[in-house]
Design a protein around this ligand. Structure first.
Ligand SMILES: [Zn+2]
Length: 468
């Protein structure tokens, strides 16, 4: 309580001083300190609400919530502020180059700590893509260095546009998946998403080259695993690759062509083409904007090749199955990575990628039933079906049976049919809870996909609440 009061005091003082000193440099510093105080409050709240996935057999995105904000130096002249997203500052004799600016709630602290380590003028701000955890501090830096050139992929603005237009839609979904998120997106001020205008846009397939203090930089527009607005920064003389989210948050991983929260599909073949370009660079070190750098040319090459081959494999197997006339549902079960292409599915998931590729190429009409063409769904008939089946009891018995034989998906279907006739039926709710818990166990055994476990946990919480 004393802590909260202290932060509130800081906040209040900041607001009063910020108003009195607006339009001066001091006001900017106060804005930053205020943002840092709010961010510290938010971070400790998030940490208190996030349990680490002890059962996760692979590293997942959940670990990002527990990374301390601090500065290290992964390579000479390269400084990193860690956190949910990393901010990198590259020092040259003629100025500083920023790569990504982190999450808004951590950005002010990133900026202060980096500037304590590396004073100087920022001349370029290179942004890897439009996601909030990579551009959150841009406004803080631009407030002090308004002449810095913001460099992005040519598709960055469109990425930012649709994420902003659909902010509320995505926010409500993120709230379910990641329950630590606050109820409302921040509005106005430095913490709000969007409003970044690039000075230099690089078109897909092209490279922006510049030299600063004798250091050569190449900003390469290369569609990646997290979208078509991806830009990486390459330092050819030192073979350093600042990859942003090009590979996704884990290295190496199955690409996340489909996100549970519902963002646009990411084209697997564009990613394969980009991987070929980046493999040809022969990086000595990859510095991603999540988690730690990866060094060693041989390891980096092998992992990048495996990601390329696995992505191509999932794509080709899906296409072959479509041409054979296999159903989508069969392909989601059948397509599996062979052992030599095994990769973490902690963020991307093979079966969801199969479905996304199928529907990307052939859209949502599966030629299975005329009813697919119209908005009346089978669920609307559930109450009548449940009545025909004799009410919730026999359906609860069917659900139990399915649970006993390990048919967890079937159990959920029986439960949903039954609950349509009586939404608070305790036996059905209990069967749902058991099915969800077993699905969660299975998800942990099968790759600990963070979105899948997040969804299942939120459904478990809702079912427990309904049972109470
Ligand atoms: Zn990210």
């Amino acid at each position: 309580m004393v802590n909260v009061l202290k932060w509130l005091g800081v906040l209040l003082l900041g607001i009063v001083l910020g108003y009195a000193l607006r339009d001066t440099g001091l006001s900017r510093v106060i804005d930053e300190r205020r943002a840092e105080a709010v961010g510290t409050l938010a971070s400790s709240y998030i940490a208190s609400q996030t349990e680490l996935d002890d059962r996760a057999q692979v590293k997942t995105v959940a670990g990002l919530q527990h990374i301390e904000v601090e500065v290290d130096q992964p390579a000479p002249g390269v400084f990193r502020a860690s956190g949910v997203g990393n901010t990198f500052l590259i020092r040259t004799d003629e100025g500083l180059v920023l790569f990504d600016t982190g999450l808004a709630t951590q950005a002010a602290k990133h900026k202060r700590l980096l500037q304590d380590s590396v004073p100087g003028e920022v001349t370029h701000i290179v942004l890897s893509h439009s996601h909030a955890d990579h551009i959150g501090g841009t406004k803080f830096w631009l407030a002090e260095f308004p002449d810095a050139q913001v460099v992005t992929h040519a598709k960055f603005l469109e990425g930012q546009r649709y994420l902003k237009d659909l902010e509320r839609h995505f926010w409500s979904r993120n709230r379910l998946l990641y329950t630590f998120m606050p109820e409302e997106p921040p509005e106005g001020g430095m913490n709000a998403y969007g409003g970044i205008t690039p000075d230099i846009e690089v078109a897909e397939g092209e490279v922006l080259t510049f030299t600063l203090g004798g250091v050569r930089f190449e900003a390469i527009a290369a569609a990646g695993a997290e979208g078509d607005d991806n830009l990486v920064l390459w330092l050819p003389d030192r073979r350093l690759l600042f990859s942003g989210d090009f590979f996704g948050p884990l290295f190496p991983m199955v690409p996340n062509l489909f996100t549970l929260r519902g963002e646009k599909f990411r084209d697997p073949l564009a990613y394969v083409r980009s991987l070929d370009r980046l493999i040809a660079l022969e990086p000595e070190m990859v510095l991603p904007s999540h988690f730690d750098p990866i060094s060693g040319a041989e390891r980096v090459r092998q992992d990048m090749q495996r990601m390329r081959d696995a992505t191509q494999f999932i794509h080709d197997q899906t296409v072959a199955g479509m041409n054979r006339g296999d159903s989508l549902w069969q392909l989601m079960r059948d397509v599996q990575l062979p052992p030599e292409l095994a990769l973490s599915q902690g963020h991307g998931k093979v079966s969801w990628n199969v479905r996304s590729i199928w529907e990307h190429y052939s859209t949502w009409f599966h030629f299975e039933s005329t009813t697919e063409l119209y908005p009346v769904q089978i669920r609307e008939l559930y109450p009548d079906l449940a009545a025909l089946a004799g009410g919730p009891e026999p359906l609860a018995a069917k659900a139990r049976q399915s649970l006993q034989t390990g048919e967890l998906e079937a159990a959920l279907h029986w439960v949903e049919l039954g609950l349509a006739s009586q939404p608070d039926h305790p036996e059905l709710l209990q069967a749902r809870l058991d099915a969800l818990k077993q699905l969660l166990d299975r998800a942990y055994q099968q790759g600990s996909n963070y979105s899948e476990t997040g969804w299942l946990k939120s459904r478990i919480d809702a079912t427990e609440a309904a049972l109470d």
